[in-house]
Design a protein around this ligand. Structure first.
Ligand code: HEC
Ligand code: HEC
Ligand code: HEC
Length: 342
C-alpha cells in the first residue's frame, strides 16, 4: 500500500506535530531544571548551533579591526567587577552559585583559544541567548568591546600577578575610593591609560553630573555604568568632591598647532563651529579641557560624531554631539593635543 503525499496531508501532519509539541510543553513533563544539566547530545547540539551562529554572524558584522592595541586596565577592571563571578580569572575561582547554571560559564583561559578575535568581539557585543552570557551593557561603544577582546585574548597566558597589577593599585585604604583607583590610579591621573580621563582638578559639579549620567545610561559606557551603578547620591557627591580636589588638570596652557588654536579661540564660522573657549573657560560651568589627556579628548569627540542616537540635534540634550560633528576629521587629533597642552 502506498500513501500519497498531498498538500492537505502534509499540512495536517505539521499541525499534528505542533499540537503534540504544545501538549508536551503544557504537560510539564519537560525538565527545565538547571540542576539536571543537559544530556550529552543536547549539549553538543546547542553548542554546535551556537558556534555556527557566531561564525556566520561574526563574519558579516564584526569589524575588521576587532581588537584594541592598548588600554587593558579598564577592560581588566570591568572583567573583575562583572565577568569573573561567572568565568573566574587568573588566580580567582568563579562563584559556585554561578557555576551551578546550565550551561556553566567556561574557563576563558582555555576557551579563548577556540575563537578568532572577530568571533570574540561578536560574542562580547551581543551575548549568547539562553545561556546567561550578557551582551555589552552600553550602546555605540565598540571601542570598549575592542579593549575587552584584547584582554580576553591575553587570559590564557596571564599570571595571577599580572591580573592583580592590572586591577589593583596599592596604598588606597578607603574601600570605595580603592575601586575607583584600580582604574583611575592612586594619583587619579588614569595610570597612563589612553581611554582614562584625568579627574583631579576637574569641576566637582561636572564629575557629579557625569556619575549620575553613567548610572542612568544618559552617558553610555559599560565600564563606568558598572562602577556607578551601586553608588548612592551621597557617594557620588563625596567621590566627585574627593577626585576634583586632587591635583591634575588646571594650570596648563594649551599649545600646539595654530589651526587648532584658532578653533579653540574663534571656531570655524564657515561651518558654524563655535569657539571651544566660549564655553570651556575658567569660571564657566563646563568641564575643564586644558590639561586633559589628548587621547581621551579625541575619543570623546569621535564617540559623539559616531553616536547614532543623536542624529536629530534638536532632540539631543547636549550641544557637544553637534559641535563634535562640525570639527573637520583631520583637526580632531591636533585639537585634542593642543587642548592637552602638548
Ligand atoms: C551570568 C554569567 C556570565 C557573565 C556575567 C558573563 N558571562 Fe561570558 N559566558 C557565560 C556562559 C554561560 C557562556 C557560554 C555560552 C555558550 O557556550 O553557549 C559564556 C561565554 C563567553 C565567551 C565565549 C567562550 C565560549 O567558549 O563560549 C566569552 C569570550 C565570554 N563569555 C566573555 C565574558 C565577558 C568578557 C564577560 C563580562 C563582560 C562575561 N563573559 C560575562 C556566562 C557569563
Ligand atoms: C573599570 C575601570 C574604572 C573604574 C573601576 C572606575 N572608572 Fe571612572 N572611568 C573609567 C573610564 C574608562 C572612563 C571614561 C569613560 C568614557 O569613555 O566615558 C571613566 C570616566 C569617569 C568619569 C568622567 C570624567 C569626565 O571627564 O567626563 C568620572 C567622573 C569617573 N570616571 C569617576 C569614577 C569614580 C568616582 C569611580 C569609583 C566609584 C570610577 N570612576 C571607577 C574607568 C573606570
Ligand atoms: C555651547 C557650549 C560649548 C561649546 C562651544 C563647546 N563645548 Fe565642549 N562641552 C560642553 C558641555 C555642556 C559639555 C559636557 C557634556 C556632557 O557632560 O555630556 C562639554 C564637554 C566636552 C568634552 C568632554 C570633557 C570630559 O571631561 O569628558 C570635550 C572633550 C569637549 N567638550 C570638547 C569641546 C571642543 C573641542 C570644543 C570646540 C570645538 C567644544 N567642546 C565646544 C559645552 C560646549
Amino acid at each position: 500500500m502506498t500513501i500519497r503525499i498531498t498538500w492537505a496531508r502534509a499540512a495536517a501532519a505539521i499541525v499534528g506535530l505542533a499540537l503534540a509539541g504544545l501538549l508536551f510543553a503544557w504537560s510539564g513533563v519537560f525538565n527545565i531544571a538547571a540542576s539536571s544539566g543537559h544530556w550529552k547530545i543536547t549539549d553538543w547540539f546547542l553548542h554546535w548551533t551556537m558556534r555556527n551562529s557566531v561564525r556566520a554572524h561574526a563574519a558579516f558584522s564584526a569589524p575588521d579591526d576587532p581588537k584594541a592595541k592598548e588600554g587593558l586596565v579598564s577592560a581588566a577592571g570591568l572583567f573583575k567587577a562583572s565577568c569573573a563571578s561567572c568565568h573566574g580569572a587568573p588566580g580567582v575561582r568563579p562563584l559556585p552559585v554561578m557555576q551551578a547554571a546550565t550551561p556553566p560559564a567556561p574557563n576563558l583561559s582555555i576557551n579563548a583559544r577556540q575563537w578568532t578575535d572577530k568571533q570574540i568581539f561578536w560574542i562580547l557585543k551581543h551575548g549568547v541567548k539562553y545561556t546567561g552570557m550578557p551582551g555589552w551593557a552600553a550602546k555605540d561603544r565598540d571601542d570598549e568591546v575592542r579593549r575587552m577582546v584584547a584582554f580576553v585574548r591575553l587570559l590564557p597566558e596571564m599570571s595571577p600577578a599580572t591580573y592583580r597589577s592590572l586591577t589593583e593599585v596599592p596604598g588606597v585604604t578607603d574601600a570605595k575610593i580603592a575601586t575607583c583607583a584600580g582604574c583611575h590610579g592612586a594619583d587619579r591621573r588614569g595610570r597612563g591609560q589612553p581611554d582614562m580621563p584625568v579627574l583631579g582638578g576637574q569641576s566637582p559639579a561636572y564629575l557629579r553630573a557625569a556619575l549620575e549620567a553613567y548610572a542612568t545610561g544618559k552617558r553610555q559606557s559599560a565600564v563606568m555604568a558598572n562602577a556607578a551603578a551601586t553608588l548612592t547620591p551621597e557617594d557620588m557627591t563625596r567621590l566627585a568632591d574627593h577626585f576634583a580636589a586632587m591635583s591634575g588638570i588646571g594650570g596648563v596652557t594649551p599649545s600646539g598647532s595654530t589651526a587648532a588654536a584658532r578653533i579653540d579661540r574663534e571656531g570655524l564660522p564657515k561651518v558654524q563651529l563655535p569657539a571651544c573657549s566660549s564655553c570651556h573657560a575658567p569660571g564657566k560651568p563646563y568641564p575643564v579641557l586644558a590639561g586633559q589627556r589628548a587621547s581621551y579628548i579625541a575619543q570623546r569627540l569621535r564617540n559623539w560624531r559616531g553616536d547614532e542616537t543623536v542624529v536629530d540635534a534638536r532632540k539631543s540634550q547636549s550641544t557637544m554631539p553637534v559641535i563634535a560633528r562640525r570639527i573637520p576629521e583631520d583637526m580632531i587629533d591636533p585639537l585634542a593635543q593642543y587642548l592637552a597642552g602638548r
